[in-house]
Ligand binder design. Structure first.
Ligand SMILES: [Zn+2]
Length: 213
């Protein structure tokens, strides 16, 4: 088995895989898309929303914004030991978003989110996502709960695009394009780790079955 880095661009990379069959390459691809946790807004408390956009649409729009993810200091809520529905400092990053229009129409952007508690590396991958327009007299006040999640639960937590295609002379190529949550190499390494855990669990289950039988 041999892996070679073919290209590394700003948000993407291509690996050449030698001696890796298609089903293995596809398993890695599926783990990258579905099992690598990244951060997005999971819960929104709407204190005030007098814009013309209803709460449901507003929350959906905000939930699709990718956040720079801190995988080393945060846990998935379902594996955190706090057992607190709102979460703790290990499983939630809180932001507030407060804005109002006085004399003219304004646009509220992702850059207007203010970190309330949590690691400062966690932030929207771009400050330029428009969220809502406010006309004079309209206001917005939200509390945002950013949590780790997986693409297998909801597409908003899908870390990027991953494709497998045939390379030269029987090799395969794996292309990873990150949406900005994590660097592309981290996505593929975490995918391999997730895959490794599945194989380990399978091995333990087989051993247990053998002992039991
Ligand atoms: Zn927690």
């Amino acid at each position: 088995m041999e892996v070679r880095l073919v290209e590394r661009a700003e948000d993407s990379l291509t690996l050449e895989l030698k001696g890796v069959n298609l089903s293995l390459a596809n398993a890695l691809r599926r783990h990258a898309i579905n099992e690598v946790p990244v951060m997005a807004v999971e819960e929104v408390l709407v204190m005030e929303n007098s814009s013309v956009i209803n709460n449901e649409v507003l929350v959906h729009r905000i939930s699709l914004i990718p956040f720079v993810t801190d995988l080393d200091n945060y846990r998935l809520p379902e594996t955190c030991d706090c057992n607190n529905r709102l979460g703790c400092e290990r499983c939630v990053v809180r932001f507030s978003l407060k804005s109002s229009a006085v004399n003219e129409v304004i646009t509220v952007y992702s850059r207007d989110m203010v970190l309330e508690s949590g690691a400062s590396i966690v932030r929207p991958v771009s400050g330029d996502f428009p969220i809502v327009k406010l006309a004079p007299g309209q206001a917005l006040e939200l509390e945002l709960y950013v949590r780790l999640g997986k693409g297998s639960k909801h597409a908003k937590w899908q870390p990027g695009i991953v494709t497998v295609y045939d390379g030269e002379s029987g090799t395969r190529r794996l292309y990873v394009e990150s949406f900005g949550f994590l660097p592309p190499e981290r996505i593929i390494i975490e995918a391999a780790r997730a895959f490794e855990r599945v194989v380990k669990d399978l091995k333990s289950a087989i051993e247990e079955a053998m002992r039991g039988g």
